[in-house]
Ligand binder design. Structure first.
Ligand SMILES: O=C1C=c2cc(C(=O)O)[nH]c2=CC1=O
Length: 530
């Protein structure tokens, strides 16, 4: 989704070229081994095939029944690329082969153009003057020229919801307005035709898929009403959970494996690792979501969404390798389904390549990397417990603080109706010392000072705030009891509250001024009373 418009166009055009240009090196077998030399035993049953169709054919071949020999049953249920540890390694190589083939395509194109320009310019002058070049003759477009570092992008399919965001005309093709199962005619992919469609015929006739193209790509993302579970894409959390799994794979190394990263990313077990026959997740779910060509194993690469879906699957595999740094030995050496053992060659790639060769971190060993932001990891049980306990403690602290505030504020309010200087502010006499503040008088030890409140520095502020004169009886030298009474007579509760605070402040000032101590110190020692 982050490609620029130009990058999208170049990518789509490059795929279209790959669909049309014949693979420069490889041919496909269209008959099984006993018939490979043809009816006359002299005509090899091979065919040329385009670069993209070879990509489709390889996948078809890897999931096809394997012929065991004359008079022997086909070996059904064989799958060299799914339902086993080789799922991730096989599909990785599959993508790398296509990517390399497309890079070569671009290099050939550049070389041929240079040759035309330098060597056969005269010969081709008329053609060049028409604005075309040799690569156009072969089906190349200018978009692809000069970019031999071509790389396959990926589709983050773990976005939840039921919208295929890459199914737009500038990418993989929007839905046709006329047929919900077709691709819009504005997309180049509406003109693609599939290969390997006639599986039943191949099986009954004992043949193999050839390069013949047949019907259009079918696609109806999220539209399988008969199977609501596959109407939604996987969620980001599914990726996060799957990446947490420690074990690469687990016996029987099949679609029934539990606690297996491979089976989770493949999508036969829940993202958290438990095998559940009813579950389809991640890669499998994305396939089934496409609901058409891309959801049928023998056909799925015909829909180009396949390769974006698989580059993302490969990115998850690579992130798992990076996080868990597994030794090669975590990939099972034996007892896997046929073709999936660690040192076995992956069928049908040529030249031979083993699963082990793809079980390595890509940036360090294979020369490519993915630019992806991974969803946050889900919390472990311990983390959930810790967070819960901390949250509970914070809640208790908040409740305690709130309750204390409420009680205090209530007591302040009632203070307005209580003596300003109550019983506990009564004179306190110690044998040695007497610190006492009563109304506007302070006694410190033997030293006695009398002071009118009016004389204290900012006493006028109180009056300003009250908007009137402070009651006379208070300003003189109210003893505790007197102060209340005179206040109750002259001031409202709010005023009393303000006054109360002010008096408390003044009292502190007086205590510290006359005793040279803070009131709190004196109170701590239990020798100060007001
Ligand atoms: O192309 C594929 C289609 C698939 C469908 C399922 C499924 O779980 O039913 N799995 C698939 C894998 C494919 O590669």
């Amino acid at each position: 989704m982050q490609l620029s418009a130009e990058e999208k166009r170049a990518f789509v055009n490059a795929l279209d070229q790959a669909k049309r240009v014949t693979h420069p090196d490889l041919v496909i077998a269209t008959r099984r081994y006993p018939e490979i030399f043809g009816p006359d035993n002299n005509t090899v049953q091979f065919e040329n095939i385009s670069i993209y169709n070879l990509f489709v054919w390889s996948h078809y071949y890897s999931v096809s029944k394997t012929f065991l020999g004359p008079a022997q049953d086909s070996f059904g249920g064989v799958d060299f690329s799914h339902e086993g540890p080789g799922f991730v390694t096989w599909h990785r190589y599959h993508l790398l082969q296509l990517e390399r083939d497309m890079q070569v395509l671009l290099i050939i194109c550049i070389i041929l153009n240079i040759l035309i320009l330098c060597c056969v310019e005269n010969l081709m002058r008329n053609y060049s003057e028409s604005g075309y070049n040799y690569c156009d003759l072969m089906g190349f477009s200018q978009d692809m020229l000069g970019d031999p570092s071509f790389a396959l992008p990926y589709w983050n399919f773990a976005i939840g919801g039921s919208v295929c965001d890459v199914c737009t005309d500038d990418l993989m093709g929007a839905r046709s307005s006329f047929d919900t199962n077709s691709i819009s005619s504005n997309s180049i992919f509406s003109r693609w035709r599939v290969v390997c469609e006639s599986v039943e015929d191949y099986d009954t006739l004992g043949t193999i898929c050839n390069s013949s193209e047949s019907s259009q790509i079918r696609r109806n993302p999220g539209g399988n009403v008969a199977r609501p579970m596959v109407q939604r894409l996987p969620e980001p959390q599914d990726v996060a959970s799957c990446l947490e799994l420690n074990a690469f794979d687990s016996p029987p190394f099949y679609s029934t494996s539990s606690g297996s990263f491979r089976n989770s990313i493949e999508g036969y077990s829940a993202p958290g690792g438990n095998y559940d026959p009813a579950v389809r997740s991640l890669h499998n779910l994305a396939h089934l979501f496409l609901n058409g060509t891309g959801g049928q194993t023998h056909l799925s690469p015909n829909d180009p969404v396949f390769l974006l879906l698989h580059t993302f699957t490969d990115a998850i595999f690579d992130e798992w390798l990076r996080r868990h740094s597994p030794d090669a030995s975590v990939y099972p050496l034996e007892n896997t389904p046929i073709g999936h053992n660690r040192e076995f060659n992956m069928v049908p790639f040529w030249p031979p390549v083993t699963n082990a060769e793809m079980f390595l971190t890509a940036p360090e060993n294979l020369g490519y990397s993915y630019e992806i932001e991974w969803p946050a990891r889900p919390l472990t049980l311990t983390q959930i417990i810790t967070v819960t306990v901390v949250a509970a403690l914070i809640a208790v602290a908040i409740i305690f603080a709130t309750t204390t505030c409420v009680i205090r504020s209530r007591s302040y309010r009632t203070e307005g109706r209580q003596p300003l200087l109550g019983d506990h502010y009564q004179r306190y006499d110690d044998h040695n010392k007497t610190q006492s503040v009563v109304g506007g008088s302070i006694t410190c030890g033997s030293e006695l000072s009398m002071m009118k409140m009016e004389e204290l520095p900012d006493f006028r502020d109180v009056e300003n705030k009250l908007g009137r004169k402070v009651p006379e009886s208070l300003t003189r030298s109210c003893t505790g009891e007197t102060a209340i009474r005179c206040s109750e007579t002259h001031a409202r509760a709010d005023d009393l509250h303000t006054l109360n605070n002010k008096i408390r402040f003044l009292r502190q000032q007086m205590v510290s001024r006359f005793c040279g101590k803070k009131e709190s110190d004196l109170q701590t020692r239990g020798v100060c009373s007001v």
